[in-house]
Design a protein around this ligand. Structure first.
Ligand SMILES: C[S@@+](CC[C@H](N)C(=O)[O-])C[C@H]1O[C@@H](n2cnc3c(N)ncnc32)[C@H](O)[C@@H]1O
Length: 413
């Protein structure tokens, strides 16, 4: 392969550096996954104008965008691919379906399952599968199947699968995925739960699926028949967009837009976080989303909205709502290592909403911050969560209901 003018390091050296870093950061924890990352040449799957340096950075490489600039396809970040590979516990000889293609991750899977395994990689976009096919052939993986189809029907041609690894944001579990999974198979799927995407490791239990792990992540949304759109309300053009991921939350967009022209109410919680606490903070978003009340998330252009809306998270910021008011999760730096949580509110109910947000932060800090996180189950339509589980949040989709149950304080999950 010809060198790229932007290349600073030869590809092999850049790959070694990346894998060493993934190991050091704890993302690669098994010899099989490490060997796969050391072998598969990621740069061969990236667009031609991506430098070797960028191809071997622990980050997403966008491979296709819509006209409006939003990404529709990418090579996922290596840390996330490694985590999903570990979660799938793939054994040599396993049969695997990858949903959402590009080639690179399919090649990693092929390395792990070895010559007796099978890998089928499916994508709705023929450009993506054409690129994946060419790159897989060039990189030495002609045996990996790349097919073009809407994955809402799975791919019966190579079923049943020991693992189905979904690499696109899903909001539902189409029946075909379960039908094509072996009884003991594992389904890894980034599921959108009230605007929060969690990569769930799902295994069958009686008539439903139980998540044994839930990792915060982001993926491009699913297209085709399985697409469940969110409602996106531009409150200040693209600078401040409110995203609603349920059908029950009722807001008046004009009233919320007007609210942004009123003074902001800033309130601060005694709850703080230090750099070392990073991992324990992940459950706060899902805790806020689990409350039985109007809820959305804000996506904010930090630079253009600075001083008006300064969210804790610029892509997915938890927001409590009434029809004409909102309060979002905020954060400010107290010193070099310590950050403080807070709530910023707008509109007539700003005071109530910010107070509620601070109370919820307090409860999370006391009862859930250091605990195991919520119990997440997925119930195919026709089956119900156990009444005794008393889930705080039920997300009913077309084919399945997602249930999120927080453990009672002091009790294990
Ligand atoms: C993040 S990319 C996949 C990354 C890839 N697994 C890799 O090697 O890193 C997500 C892909 O899902 C595809 N996709 C979206 N909706 C789909 C659907 N309904 N069926 C199959 N593929 C879909 C997109 O075209 C996109 O290429």
């Amino acid at each position: 392969m010809a060198g790229n003018a932007l290349d600073a390091l030869p590809a092999d050296e850049a790959r070694t550096r990346l894998v060493d870093q993934l190991r050091a950061n704890g993302w690669i924890t098994s010899p099989a996954v490490e060997a796969a990352f050391r072998r598969v040449p990621r740069h061969l799957f990236a667009p031609a104008d991506v430098s070797i340096d960028a191809a071997y950075t622990d980050d997403v490489v966008i491979t296709k965008r819509r006209r409006d600039g939003r990404a529709t396809s990418s090579i996922s970040a290596p840390w996330l691919q490694a985590t999903m590979l570990h979660a799938a516990c793939l054994q040599p000889g396993a049969r695997v379906l990858e949903i959402g293609s590009g080639g690179y991750n399919a090649a990693l899977i092929a390395e792990v399952v070895g010559p007796h395994g099978t890998v089928t990689s499916i994508d709705i976009d023929p450009d993506v599968t054409a690129h994946a096919r060419a790159a897989l052939d060039t990189a030495g993986y002609p045996h990996v199947q790349a097919v073009t189809a809407d994955a809402v029907d799975g791919w019966p041609g190579a079923a049943p699968y020991d693992a189905i690894i979904v690499t696109v944001e899903a909001s539902d579990l189409p029946p075909a995925w379960l039908d094509q999974l072996t009884p003991t198979g594992v389904l890894i799927a980034p599921l959108r739960i009230r605007g929060m995407t969690r990569c769930l490791t799902l295994r069958r239990h009686e008539d439903h699926l139980v998540a044994t792990a839930a990792l915060q992540c982001g993926f491009v949304p699913m297209q085709g028949d399985g697409h469940t759109p969110t409602r996106r309300l531009a409150l200040r053009g693209d600078d401040v967009v409110l995203i609603l991921d349920d059908t029950t939350t009722d807001v008046h967009p004009e009233a919320l837009t007007s609210a942004l022209h009123t003074p902001r109410l800033d309130t601060w919680s005694p709850v703080t976080i230090t750099m070392q606490d990073g991992s324990s903070f992940e459950s706060l978003h899902l805790w806020l989303a689990s409350q039985p009340r109007p809820f959305g998330t804000l996506a904010v252009n930090r630079e253009r909205a600075a001083g008006l809306v300064d969210p804790q998270d610029r892509f997915v910021c938890p927001t409590l709502l009434t029809t004409d008011s909102l309060a979002y999760l905020a954060m400010r730096k107290l010193d070099d290592t310590t950050w403080q949580f807070g709530a910023h509110g707008f509109g007539p109910d700003a005071s109530t909403l910010t107070t509620d947000m601070l109370q919820l932060i307090t409860v999370w800090n006391h009862d859930h911050r250091h605990g195991p996180g919520p119990h997440i189950t997925v119930h195919p339509t026709g089956t119900e969560p156990h009444a005794s589980d008393r889930p705080q949040l039920l997300v009913a989709r077309r084919h399945a209901t997602i249930a999120v149950t927080w453990p009672a304080p002091g009790k294990p999950r």
